[in-house]
Ligand binder design. Structure first.
Ligand SMILES: Cc1cc2nc3c(=O)[nH]c(=O)nc-3n(C[C@H](O)[C@H](O)[C@H](O)COP(=O)(O)O)c2cc1C
Length: 416
């Protein structure tokens, strides 16, 4: 293993074992909704996006938000896992492998967080009641999951992982953060259950851990099983860093191969997730003809602390607490913008760094870090990329050339 110049810390360019797989370096592309799907099929744009990231030196690129059930989507065109999409997924994993990279599929279920689709029945969640996230599309009420719902969703995650294996993925990342279904169990903000799945932090982590165990059993010999968790929700009455420590321990005991440490919730604390305010001007442009969506974005920004400014490594203090409590590999995430940041993360005992915005800005950043031509990303942390998840051509950095919309109309496999 290559050692860094600063002593015994691993170099960010050294290899890393994560369960059954080995990463060529310690840089991970964090899942960032690409909006490169049509009618639930991955497009050529998605293939090119992940190919570019692999060619640009990333060890593991994460394909964002693959819903394990049709009702688990949050957006109408979003991927949901079913046998028909396997040729498209295979085309993408092949393209990444040809560039020497590895690829992970983010498995998720929105639960009650279904912002842009109407479901003709109450959405499922940890608890029942009014569903804030569903207000504008008529998903007004949510219901608490019963045992048979939990058994079904657990099965859907395991089946999703099997499909990921069949399509050639190297890893799956179970999304347990950001306010999606599994996070709705972990967070006391959305979990008011009085059974063994509610109450203490251990109990709130029980259902996500059950899903992880089922996924491990389904594919754990072949694929790395990663979980993305919140180091905190960043909102009053939400999960704290102490809760995150408990969740991490529970997942470690269930055999998670690595945790990616994130934070914040899509509705209540997006600012916390990104360590900076949302770009309302860019949202206003994207939702020019959608006044309700503009209103929703404004409402979601209401809790943003006044004067909040982006700061590199903004989850450092929280993530250190998790690092101190567990021994499994951890990927630091949140505001990694330079090689110095990555080296600092290694020095603090993190095993990898996961990055999103800087790689939307420059998919070849890792190669440039490695050849010494760049030490600091040119990303301005303007957050204009975030509203682009609604851009017809796909998510992109506004400092770069616009994407070709035609690439986002053809299936990744070329099939029609
Ligand atoms: C455009 C965009 C879309 C995102 N979509 C997702 C997503 O689908 N799933 C997810 O887990 N995180 C998503 N994220 C959050 C990132 O994975 C990451 O947690 C966040 O950007 C902080 O990392 P960074 O400072 O390296 O950008 C998204 C981020 C961006 C910028």
């Amino acid at each position: 293993m290559t050692q860094s110049a600063t002593g015994s810390n691993p170099s960010p360019f050294s290899s890393l074992s994560v369960g059954p797989i080995t990463l060529r370096n310690r840089f991970i592309k964090s899942g960032a909704n690409e909006n490169m799907y049509r009618k639930g099929f991955p497009t050529k744009a998605l293939l090119e996006h992940h190919r570019d990231l692999a060619a640009g030196g990333i060890a593991l690129t994460t394909m964002a938000y693959a819903a394990v059930a049709k009702v688990g989507r949050t957006l109408p065109d979003q991927l949901w896992l079913r046998p028909e999409v396997l040729p498209d997924l295979k085309a993408i994993t092949d393209a990444v492998h040809a560039e020497g990279g590895k690829i992970s599929l983010q498995l998720t279920h929105g639960g009650s967080f279904v912002t842009s689709i109407f479901l003709p029945h109450r959405t499922i969640s940890a608890s029942g009641g009014l569903n804030l996230a569903g207000l504008f599309h008529g998903n007004i009420l949510q219901r608490p999951m019963k045992e048979k719902d939990m058994a079904l969703v657990t099965q859907q995650f395991a089946d999703g992982a099997r499909m990921a294996r069949e399509a050639g993925f190297d890893a799956v990342e179970i999304h347990m953060g950001h306010g999606y279904l599994l996070n709705q169990f972990i967070s006391p903000l959305s979990n008011q259950r009085s059974d063994e799945y509610g109450g203490s932090a251990e109990n709130r982590a029980r259902f996500p851990a059950r899903v992880l165990a089922a996924v491990k059993e389904a594919v754990g010999e072949d694929l790395a099983v990663i979980a993305k968790i919140n180091v905190a929700d960043g909102v009053r009455r939400g999960a704290t860093a102490e809760d995150a420590v408990v969740t991490a321990k529970v997942l470690e005991s269930q055999g998670a191969d690595m945790l990616v440490l994130s934070g914040g919730r899509n509705v209540e604390s997006t600012w916390f997730m990104f360590g900076s305010p949302m770009n309302q001007e860019e949202f206003a442009k994207i939702f020019k003809y959608k006044p309700l969506q503009r209103l929703l974005m404004k409402a979601a920004a209401a809790g943003t602390p006044k004067g909040l400014k982006f700061r590199e490594m903004y989850f450092e203090d929280y993530s250190r607490k998790v690092r101190a409590a567990v021994t499994l590999p951890l990927a630091y995430l949140g505001g990694v913008k330079s090689l110095d940041n990555a080296e600092k993360a290694m020095a603090e005992g993190f095993d990898a760094v996961a990055m999103a915005r800087v790689l939307l800005h420059d998919p070849a950043l890792v190669n440039k870090f490695q050849d010494g031509s760049v030490r600091q990303s040119g990303c301005t942390s303007c957050n204009a990329c975030i509203p682009q998840i609604y851009n017809q051509a796909g998510t992109y950095c506004v400092l770069n050339e616009p994407l070709d919309p035609a690439m986002n109309e053809v299936r990744a496999s070329g099939l029609s």
